[in-house]
Ligand binder design. Structure first.
Ligand SMILES: Cc1ncc(C[n+]2csc(CCOP(=O)(O)OP(=O)(O)O)c2C)c(N)n1
Length: 380
């Protein structure tokens, strides 16, 4: 891995991707020692991205931003459980408009906007890099000032922005009086759309989230699942622990990542939700499920291709041939895949099909209605 190679993860300057080879002990033919197969977790924070300043200096840098920033909008990525209540208090004390991704643990506790509601001159991002499209588009919106508070110290933007790693939340002050936002009109509109188009892909995220028991682990895979969950998942607080791989953006290895997290979650259910191409990139992942009896649910939203691309104007205006090859249209189903690994299988064509999910690992293939899906996207 050439120029990315470093002897020690601590010396990685975090300005380029890092490829890590995990060297497990090599057994010799004769050795009888136990082989270490579990890799220890390493906590580290990249050094150069965010110069290490004192927490007081960080807090005053954020305070300076708050002094000039009117019309502030807060975006929450994944935040550490230890600061969730401080962040919650900060946002509610100052009536800040907020878009809280599910990985923040605060989406259901705050009145979180829909992604389409985010409009601001100043963005305060708290937590790891957000997965919403809005964040990616900020790359080209240099007139919007961005200040991030992120423990991992990664800006997640190639253009200029400010970042600190941690602040004292209860020492901050924000003076711009704004009317408290209690409800967003877009939430009501969404409810109407979900009841008009119950089999649309977005509506399935409401049905799936309603079927998930309290305290479950939820992994949001690529591509649209990570976006559609944020829009339509129930806002009833079920204390779900949500994860996603979105920062890296690869559609490979999603199911394996989910199963890795699920194996440490024996006491509660684990739900991973993936696009069909994403599932096809990781077809061998379920081999590790043999002999596992915990309630692991692999949901494949089979919309017959990479539908995220049909949301891109340039793709839609391309020739039919170009469009089909970018989207990779197919008619492949996942029943035989489940049979291959001897995993229980449910085909969900209507919301009721989620009513009786058996114990143990299950593959749930959801078939959304394409026309309804397009109708909802057109009206959102
Ligand atoms: C390893 C890898 N290959 C290709 C891509 C490009 N890519 C991004 S999204 C996507 C389509 C994903 O389709 P699917 O999993 O069916 O999800 P949907 O868009 O339908 O929600 C592709 C091929 C990628 N991100 N990573």
């Amino acid at each position: 891995f050439g120029s990315y190679a470093h002897n020690n993860i601590e010396s990685w300057p975090a300005d380029k991707p890092l490829h890590i080879n995990v060297g497990l002990e090599e057994p010799t033919l004769k050795s009888t020692a136990d082989i270490q197969i579990k890799v220890p977790e390493v906590q580290f924070s990249p050094k150069n991205q965010c110069p290490k300043k004192s927490i007081a200096a960080n807090t005053s840098a954020l305070q300076d931003f708050l002094y000039v920033a009117d019309d502030i909008f807060v975006i929450l990525g994944k935040i550490d459980e230890t600061i969730q209540s401080d962040v919650f208090k900060f946002i509610t004390n100052y009536n800040l408009s907020v878009y809280a991704e599910s990985t923040s643990g605060l989406r259901e506790k705050l009145t979180s906007a829909l992604p389409s509601d985010i409009k601001a001159k100043y963005i305060l991002r708290i937590g790891s890099v957000p997965s919403c499209r809005y964040w990616r588009d900020l790359e080209n919106e240099e007139n919007i000032e961005v200040f991030s508070v992120a423990q991992n110290a990664l800006t997640g933007l190639a253009r200029s922005s400010s970042i600190v790693s941690e602040v004292n939340w209860n020492e901050l002050d924000y003076h711009f009086e704004k009317e408290k936002i209690c409800e967003y009109a877009s939430h009501d509109a969404l409810e109407g759309l979900i009841s008009n188009y119950p089999n649309a892909e977005i509506s399935w995220f409401r049905h799936i989230s309603e079927s998930i028991p309290d305290n479950s682990l939820v992994f949001l895979g690529n591509s649209l699942p990570t976006r559609e969950w944020e829009i339509a998942a129930t806002r009833i607080d079920k204390n779900l622990k949500c994860y996603s791989n979105r920062g890296a953006n690869g559609i490979d290895g999603n199911i394996s990542t989910f199963l890795g997290a699920a194996y440490n979650n024996d006491d509660n259910e684990s739900w991973g939700i993936f696009g069909d191409l994403t599932a096809m990139y990781d077809l061998f992942a379920p081999w590790t499920l043999q002999g596992v009896d915990s309630n692991i649910r692999i949901v494949v939203i089979n919309n017959g291709g990479g539908r995220i691309f049909s949301r891109i104007d340039a793709v839609n205006s391309s020739s039919t041939q170009a469009k089909e090859s970018i989207i990779n249209n197919h008619q492949i189903g996942f029943k035989s895949w489940a049979a291959m690994w001897e995993i229980q299988y449910i085909k969900a064509l209507a919301p009721n099909d989620l009513n009786s999910i058996p114990q143990g690992p299950v593959i749930i293939e959801v078939i959304p209605d394409q026309e309804s899906s397009e109708a909802i996207w057109a009206q959102l």
